[in-house]
Design a protein around this ligand. Structure first.
Ligand code: BF8
Length: 686
């Protein structure tokens, strides 16, 4: 009966869509490796509700656009420059109406993606900086400085004094004054008229000098993004190398600017993450609780929802409506933020947002910015779910969407209003609730500070232990595996295959974003995983120290934590002088967003070999592609690569790690670890 009601609503939704045609359905098993996801795709199809998996069957990507060789920057086009059959005859044979070559067009498109990604991360950072300022000035009761230790550390990087002279003696400066100045200095990084970003000097000195020599030091965050839009306007920059130089400035302004500031200011306001236990996958939803799913990226509102949902008054209110309590869970990077700091469980990755609603158990889905599919409003229409947008720059036009604009000055009130809407909606569940039983335990909450603590202890916290284990070969190297899901590939398949192959080969993995969620769902974020999936060296380290072989460092802006962790490894000594010396590699197996391109490029420009899965929009411009894949290494020490096959992809990373071990002269130590069990027993007997 309840299912019939859903079907009726689906029919009504479809009637509104005049264009609706008979469409192919996705094969659930071919669409995802995750059983919970498969089950929900089956349910959606039974109910006649279309999801992204079905849409991917019915619309194929443009074959020219996918290669990066379509220019739509003026109205004489779009000019499309397909590769001639039989290959390139001469690079000048393919031109747009203005004469733009494939390399110019692909480079313009590529750096516009960097601009989009850097803008998204950095605008998120700006919003956090604004909230930070209002907290520092005590304009809001809701936000307070939580981590004073981190405030003082950040102050040093922003040139804010933490000591003052009083009666001829140096004394600690008032924390409130420091916070106000930190907030002002931080916000200034977005638009200061002169100089360069202050955080660039946090990089190892040789890397900073390399950027300086190459002329790519970002001046301020906004300017580098604006300049990309100018240079890629019709008839401006026509040199793919010069275009990439600007792309590099903007990407660095993201990684070592907007993203890093976002992470730091969030840590000061909401607390620096430390390891904690939680769960992941659609099975975290609870049939007998009010389920509120928080989705998006900025933690400024979700932090308040987490705080308010624990109020006994609201829990009692939920009980008065027949629920046993309030269950919060998250999707995408807002999820990672509240997981890292509070242990709020992960409901799913980017590709599971529609499916969460299809369980029929979600009483409210609260969204802020980024990675929010427009179609969730259509899916919500078929159920009782209240879909609530909260951000002025990310609204939805569908009439069933409620907009509650979040104001940091009334943060607690806004959060309470949202929770009450969800509670009031509990009794309106119209469909049978079908929550997949699948969920996994995870240990998350890692970061620069907690890695140091775990590997070095409270009193001698440092990266020496990590370095020692890399030098002696128990840990072969470091893999940063991050990024999205992409409906063009089987959900989570490449993420998991690559991570498993890396840890099997003794490469410790640092993860963020949807890769972190995928690994959590697969149960890879537990110390026990080490004995099952890791090579002997990595297993030994993880078992001794009690850490998982895959360390979840948070959201996509938290990729800045990976940059800083790598910098700490250099500082601890023995593994070179620059990030490009490290036996390390980066990967985004199932990338889809512009943010991933910006992240990829700031890793490349920071000296990291960075490999993407799927496709990259550069294949139609072989000269430009070679510049990214080969020539970049001579400039920055890092370069781009692409490999769709997950096992080959992992082995390309391992080959790069081994190349770096050889250059560091520690490849022999690695051979020692590859002794068989008998050899090791002999050694232990001695
Ligand atoms: O910033 S990994 S799909 S959720 S873009 Fe989006 Fe990609 Fe997921 Fe987070 Ni990042």
């Amino acid at each position: 009966m309840a299912e019939e009601k859903v079907v009726k609503k689906v029919v009504a939704v479809k009637a509104e869509d005049k264009e609706e045609k008979a469409a192919k359905l996705a094969d659930p098993v071919a669409s995802s490796i995750d059983v919970a996801t498969q089950e929900m795709i089956v349910r959606a199809q039974k109910l006649g509700i279309e999801t992204i998996f079905d849409r991917a069957e019915n619309m194929k990507p443009c074959n020219i656009g996918i290669q990066g060789i379509c220019c739509k920057n003026c109205s004489m086009g779009p000019c499309r420059l397909p590769l001639p059959k039989g290959g390139i005859i001469g690079e000048d044979t393919r031109k747009g109406l203005c004469g733009a070559t494939a390399n110019t067009i692909a480079a313009r498109n590529f750096i516009r993606m960097i601009a989009g990604g850097a803008a998204a991360h950095s605008d998120h950072g700006r919003c956090v900086a604004e909230v930070f300022n209002s907290a520092a000035r005590k304009e809001s009761d809701a936000y307070k400085i939580k981590d004073v230790h981190k405030l003082l550390a950040v102050a040093a990087h922003l040139g804010v004094a933490t000591k003052v002279m009083l009666d001829g003696k140096e004394v600690d400066r008032n924390t409130d004054e420091i916070a106000v100045e930190v907030g002002e200095k931080a916000l200034n990084e977005w638009g200061k008229p002169e100089g360069e970003l202050l955080y660039l000097k946090r990089a190892p000195k040789p890397l900073y000098e390399k950027w300086q020599k190459t002329g790519v030091l970002p001046r301020n965050i906004d300017r580098e993004i604006v300049e990309i839009m100018h240079r890629t306007h019709m008839g401006v920059d026509q040199d793919y190398k010069n275009l990439m130089k600007q792309g590099t400035r903007a990407a660095l302004a993201d990684g070592w600017g907007g993203s890093m500031l976002a992470t730091d200011l969030q840590d000061i306001l909401f607390g620096t993450p430390y390891p904690l236990q939680s769960e992941a996958n659609l099975g975290v939803l609870k049939q007998d609780h009010v389920n509120i799913v928080i989705h998006g990226h900025e933690p400024v509102l979700s932090e308040m929802i987490v705080a308010v949902a624990q109020k006994s008054e609201l829990i009692e209110y939920a009980k008065s409506k027949g629920a046993k309590g309030i269950q919060l869970s998250g999707i995408c990077c807002t999820a990672n933020e509240i997981l890292q700091r509070h242990g709020v469980p992960l409901c799913g990755t980017f590709l599971q947002q529609e499916l969460a609603i299809i369980t029929g158990a979600v009483d409210a889905m609260v969204v802020d910015i980024q990675c929010i599919m427009q179609n969730i409003a259509n899916v919500a229409k078929c159920f009782h779910t209240k879909l609530i947008t909260t951000h002025p720059i990310a609204r939805m036009e569908q009439p069933n969407v409620i907009h509650i604009e979040f104001d940091e000055h009334y943060a607690l009130q806004d959060a309470e209003k949202i929770i009450r809407i969800a509670i009031d909606n509990f009794q309106n569940r119209s469909a049978d609730v079908l929550i997949p039983r699948h969920k996994a335990t995870q240990i998350a909450g890692f970061g620069v500070e907690s890695i140091e603590y775990h590997l070095g202890g409270t009193f001698r916290g440092s990266y020496y232990t990590l370095n020692d284990n890399i030098i002696n070969g128990r840990i072969r190297g470091i893999g940063g595996v991050v990024g999205c899901n992409n409906a063009r590939s089987r959900h989570n398949e490449a993420h998991i295959a690559i991570v498993k192959e890396l840890i099997k080969n003794d490469v410790i993995v640092l993860t963020t974003g949807c890769n972190g969620i995928a690994c959590a769902m697969e149960g890879l974020l537990t110390p026990e995983t080490a004995g099952v999936f890791c090579g002997p060296g990595l297993a030994e380290v993880c078992e001794t120290v009690g850490i998982p072989p895959v360390l979840h460092l948070g959201s996509c802006v938290d990729n800045s934590r990976i940059l800083l962790a790598a910098t700490e490894v250099i500082r601890a000594g023995g593994l070179g002088k620059d990030l490009c010396d490290l036996p390390a590699a980066g990967s985004a197996p199932e990338w889809m967003s512009e943010k991933a391109i910006s992240i990829g490029h700031y890793f490349v420009a920071s000296g990291v070999y960075t490999i993407f899965g799927g496709t990259l929009p550069v294949s139609g411009a072989p000269v430009f592609k070679k510049y990214l894949f080969e020539d970049m290494e001579k400039i920055y020490g890092g370069m781009w690569d692409l490999e769709a096959d997950p096992i080959k992809h992992a082995h390309k990373m391992i080959a790069h790690i081994d190349k770096k071990r050889k250059e560091l002269g520690i490849d022999k130590a690695r051979e020692r670890v590859l002794m068989d069990m008998a050899d090791r027993q002999k050694l232990e007997a001695v």
